[in-house]
Design a protein around this ligand. Sequence first.
Ligand SMILES: Cc1cccc2c(=O)nc(N)[nH]c12
Ligand SMILES: [Zn+2]
Length: 372
Amino acid sequence: MSTPGDFKIHATDGEARRATLTTAHGDIQTPIFMPVGTQGTVKSLTPLDLEEMDAQIILGNTYHLYLRPGDDLVARRGGLHKFANWKRPILTDSGGFQVFSLQEIRKLSEEGVEFRSYIDGSKHFFSPEKAIDIQKNLGSDIMMVLDECVGYGADKDYTNKSLEMTTRWAKRCRDHYPKGSGGQIMFGIVQGGFYKDLREKSLEQLREIDFEGFAIGGLSVGESTKEMYDILHHIAPKMPSDKPRYLMGVGTPLDLLEGVSAGVDMFDCVLPSRNARNGTLFTSQGKINIKRAEFAEDDSPLDPECGCYTCRNFTKAYLRHLYMAKELLSYRLNTYHNLYFYLDLMKQIRAAIENGTFAELKAKYEAAYAKG
Ligand SMILES: Cc1cccc2c(=O)nc(N)[nH]c12
Ligand SMILES: [Zn+2]
């Protein structure tokens, strides 16, 4: 009988791992990409769409759902799975990052973070315990600790003090919801900015706490791809090899491949759904922007190698028309394709690790995306 948090590695190819993570709402095959459903919905898609494209797990967000409709209201409706009619696993971020990235006015102290609602300006306070209580109310399968994500360019002294507070907060989160006290599992978040020694310090402090997984936070905060990869390759292989590694907020198709090559198992990013809104679509031949005039009378599918509903049923000419006419269907068909592309890329990655051909797959996409 498998228990939430069980993590079984089936194959490796270099640092890349092919594994299965057990949660209370089912097993997750990794490496995996998690579509972002900030307010309890992956924008413009239904749970049926997501099941069709084999999305195994989606992300919800503590900060947004706490402010609206309220984690207590969601709890009274039976939790987020029931409320949103999503039967598969859900991961929720702790809300800390959203407070730091969305709020100018916020006060940070040892106790937690005070902020004002972007909806009605009311004052709120997240302690580590409160962030966990909200995620308990939402009933997510994977909870994230409350952490401080320092901004790009933060000096070493501030970064060091911040990671030490993030560790103290992580301990408070775990003490507030001890391992095995329910079906929800909890991940610690490694910080330390772009200082390799501080990244190691953060990891050493966190590995003392009994988390079911570990995330890499504090990346995709404005740094160059080179700086991100440098930290990624430095810290990911040092993280506990018998537990899932989750790179938060990353990234492009090439970032996913690079992350897997460094030993990362889980990813989330708003890029595929956000880019769908501005017509930037990911294909097996690279990125294209559907609004370009060259597609006005192009009767070919978006991506000949893609098996998604959008690519099987519509032409570039029609998708361009929908985009130029600002039709709602443009957003839906573009999002469907982009997320399908990301999920299919992860499916190819899982197969490549099993067959020992991951390096070749990575090289194929690096060639297709070389022009950026
Ligand atoms: C969503 C996200 C993106 C990027 C970074 C972070 C981070 O450092 N901490 C949290 N909790 N979330 C993050
Ligand atoms: Zn497609």
